[in-house]
Design a protein around this ligand. Sequence first.
Ligand code: PCA
Length: 221
Amino acid sequence: MAAPRTSSSRPCVLLTGFDAFGGETMNPSWLSVQSLHGRRIQDHTVVAAQLPTVFDDSLVELKRLLLLHKPALVICVGQAGGRAAISLERVAININDARIADNASAQPIDTPVINGGPAAYFSSLPIKAMLLAIRHKGIPAEVSQTAGTFVCNHVFYGLMHMLAKQRGFKQTRGGFIHVPYLPDQGQPSLPLDSMVQGLRIAVMTALKTGKDIASGAGALD
Ligand code: PCA
């Protein structure tokens, strides 16, 4: 697979995190991807960027980043309060259904992410291989069957739609990972170091793995 090149000629990995939302003062998704910015993993350079926790604007920014960096791999990361493990999301669905307002006070209910788009897209990341590799380091991880219906699912669906439809991105792999709260935000939580390490392993495994391994997620629990 010929990897797209950045201006620095080394292929790049785009990691995105979100700004704080819902009354929180921090978002671990941004803090964790930020600390990987500039790191070299499997001869790729990591570019970390922040997306606003806002329907539509988040996808405008994501499209700009894709066209600018032409990454070989894109992983969008978000916070999922209430979860105890790094969640490798399997599927994005074509629905916005917000329980709370986003950071621009919008609260869409039962609207499509993309008018006329397919019902769902699967992640194109090797989520089973990533699950095993992260757990192997003693970091809690799980495959998740829903990224919710708020801005994270919106971005995940929009990402997969762009990769499917945008010229030049057919070879680009992409997907979504949710991270738990940090200890300061409440329980359950995961320390920042573990999130950063888990994401680094996720990126490395995605770059190293061609076809995903066939392993029942249930059997790994
Ligand atoms: N989590 C939210 C949106 C931004 C974030 O970090 C979600 O799970 O939809």
